[in-house]
Design a binder for this molecule. Structure first.
Ligand code: FES
Length: 309
């Protein structure tokens, strides 16, 4: 169905976040999914009107990404990774067990509307293989039995155990609201919305999220690093420690905070590789051995000369 007046307002807010209206198409699709439980034709029509995309273009985007479903989903979306790492650790067995138990196949929904099941490509958490997600929250290293126990609780509407990361799944529609960038569906002006506004203000953005600005004259907020002098001093101390002790930068990362990834990960005296240089050429260049460039003064140049004549 078309957006309720309240969601229409939120949809316009989303459009106002981008210099180009059409950039809002992905969050708007999540918002449609939040309201309708799938990408409905009415939703496609409304996004088309909001973004100046044609309906066919909105449909093309929706069918390209697997997160957008063209059929109504159940209360929870259960995804089982059946890509390489998960398959070698039993992902197919987990999927088959759930498929048999629920009596549904890929992207099908149980009759009681509790679960939509899908098998998925790599979900980016291979170290937790085999991986199952519920409403995109990760449950790592599940056996078929543990996966079965999890969906039993979901079907019964019982409390489910917390995932390895993230929150206890509240339902796919709820999560879709958050994926649209609008924070908690039960508290749309809550913590996340306030944090977004504060972040924009901090980074010099003059645009509170509730004010739509787009098109000519709109200047997107400039993102500036927000590290304090104390952060920088701490990182410098940690860099020095890496240089002096040869310690693993990763070990120090926790201690040094968000800038720790700036640690040198190689010998600071090592020769820098030039763009386009093949492996081995750098060392040749440094050792004074003629590399590809030196050889070009000979046969290569003659050949090029012939070709130009
Ligand atoms: S292969 Fe399953 S999460 Fe990467």
């Amino acid at each position: 169905m078309a957006f309720t007046p309240e969601l229409r307002e939120r949809a316009e807010e989303l459009v106002g976040r981008y210099p180009e209206k059409r950039s809002a198409v992905l969050p708007l699709l999540h918002l449609v999914q939040h309201q309708d439980g799938y990408i409905s034709d009415d939703g496609v029509a409304e996004i088309s009107e909001l973004t100046d995309f044609t309906k066919a273009e909105v449909g093309a985007v929706a069918t390209f990404y697997t997160m957008y479903k063209r059929e109504p989903m159940g209360r929870h979306l259960v995804s089982v990774c059946t890509n390489f790492s998960c398959v070698v650790r039993g992902g197919k067995e987990v999927y088959q067990r759930l498929s048999e138990k629920l009596g549904v196949g890929h992207e099908e929904t149980t009759e009681d509307g509790a679960i939509t099941l899908e098998h998925a490509e790599c979900l980016g958490n291979c170290e937790g293989a085999p991986l199952v997600t519920v409403d995109y929250y990760n449950y790592e290293c599940l056996t078929p039995e543990q996966a079965e126990e999890l969906v039993d609780k979901l079907v019964a509407g019982e409390d489910v155990p917390p995932p390895t990361r993230g929150r206890v799944p509240e339902g796919i529609r709820h999560v879709s609201h958050r994926l649209a960038g609008l924070g908690d569906a039960d508290d749309p002006d809550g913590e996340i919305a306030r944090a977004n506004r504060a972040a924009r203000a901090h980074h010099g953005g003059s645009t509170p999220l509730t004010t739509a600005t787009s098109g000519p004259g709109h200047v997107p907020a400039t993102i500036v690093p927000s590290y304090s002098d104390e952060d920088e001093a701490e990182r410098e101390r940690a860099r020095a420690q890496v240089r002096e002790t040869g310690a693993d930068p990763g070990v120090l990362e926790g201690a040094a905070g968000p800038g720790a990834r700036e640690f040198p990960t190689r010998d600071p005296d090592a020769v820098a590789q030039r763009p386009g240089e093949a492996p081995g050429e750098t060392e040749h260049r440094e050792a004074g051995i003629p590399g590809r460039e030196g050889e070009r003064t000979g046969a290569d140049d003659e050949n090029e000369g012939d070709a130009n004549e």
